[in-house]
Design a protein around this ligand. Structure first.
Ligand code: G
Ligand code: G
Ligand code: MN
Ligand code: NA
Length: 250
């Protein structure tokens, strides 16, 4: 496949960049962190979304070197930010289960000097599909290093609740599909409230993803949601703009 060949060159050629989307802490009334989002400037096709090339990267195993680059670049960027500001990094299932993943994290932290508690690894339920035991063990090892673990796209998988019993996640990210209708739809509001209450009972933080309107924000605030992320607050921005955003009083 053509994309595969291009993808092989992309890391070496420096065609990847990271965009950073702020995660706003409603209680502290400040930015609590950023999510790193991979961007690829393809030499002829222009900017490609990860949804277009991550599947190819997974099929070919290229996700491992790409993911390693993401982890290093994310930590390297976050070290310039104030100490309360975290960096969240998406890790795909195949990357997470690859043999070297823990040492990739260790090396990215060591090379950057970033405190482990400032790194949040975002995984989805798909990491559990091929067996829970080794995955849970790795999650505990990462946690023992001080790294935080977030469960991304919560509510869209098969058996979300059983995974909450398998590991005490630091954060649950409420999928955008529940957040979009939260201000108008009673069942969506009930589901979001249930997730927030469940997370609170488990002493787990929550982020509502994809917040685009003031109405959604008001609903989430009333429901006790801790942090929000979405175009209402900010689109993903480049590293320079992220640093400027942190220096600018709201
Ligand atoms: O903005 P956005 O188009 O970045 O992201 C689309 C999808 O790609 C999301 O599901 C997101 O989690 C995923 N994604 C973004 N960046 C990365 C990355 O660095 N690694 C992996 N594995 N997935 C990513
Ligand atoms: O799967 P994950 O949650 O990592 O995906 C994050 C994706 O959501 C990225 O593609 C990011 O650009 C996108 N995103 C972030 N905020 C919003 C938003 O407010 N609306 C929409 N439509 N997408 C968003
Ligand atoms: Mn994510
Ligand atoms: Na998500």
């Amino acid at each position: 496949r053509e994309l595969e060949l291009d993808l092989r060159e992309a890391v070496a050629q420096g065609q990847f960049t990271l965009a950073f989307q702020p995660i706003f802490d409603l209680k502290a009334d400040r930015i609590g962190g950023f999510e790193a989002l991979l961007r690829w400037q393809h030499p002829t096709r222009g900017w490609l979304s990860p949804t277009e090339f991550i599947p190819v990267a997974e099929e070919t195993g290229l996700i491992v070197p790409i993911g390693e680059w993401v982890m290093r670049e994310a930590c390297r960027t976050a070290i310039r930010w104030p100490e309360h500001v975290r960096i969240a990094v998406n890790v795909s299932a195949l990357q997470f289960r690859s043999p070297g993943f823990q040492s990739v994290v260790l090396q990215a932290l060591a090379a950057s000097g970033l405190e482990p508690r400032r790194l949040e690894v975002e995984i989805t339920e798909s990491v559990f599909l091929d067996g829970e035991g080794p995955v849970v063990a790795l999650l505990h090892r990462l946690r023992a290093m001080g790294v935080r673990i977030a469960l991304d796209d919560f509510g869209t998988g098969y058996s979300s609740l059983s995974y909450l019993r398998s590991f005490p996640f630091d954060k649950i990210k409420i999928d955008r599909s529940f957040v979009i209708p939260v201000a108008e739809d009673k069942s969506a509001a009930a589901i979001v409230q249930a997730i927030i209450d469940l997370a609170a009972a488990l002493k787990t933080d929550t982020t509502a993803e994809g917040v685009e309107t003031e109405e959604q924000l008001a609903a989430l605030r009333a429901q006790g949601c801790g942090t929000i992320q979405g175009y209402l607050f900010s689109r993903p921005v480049d590293a320079g703009a992220a640093t400027t955003m942190l220096a600018t009083p709201m």
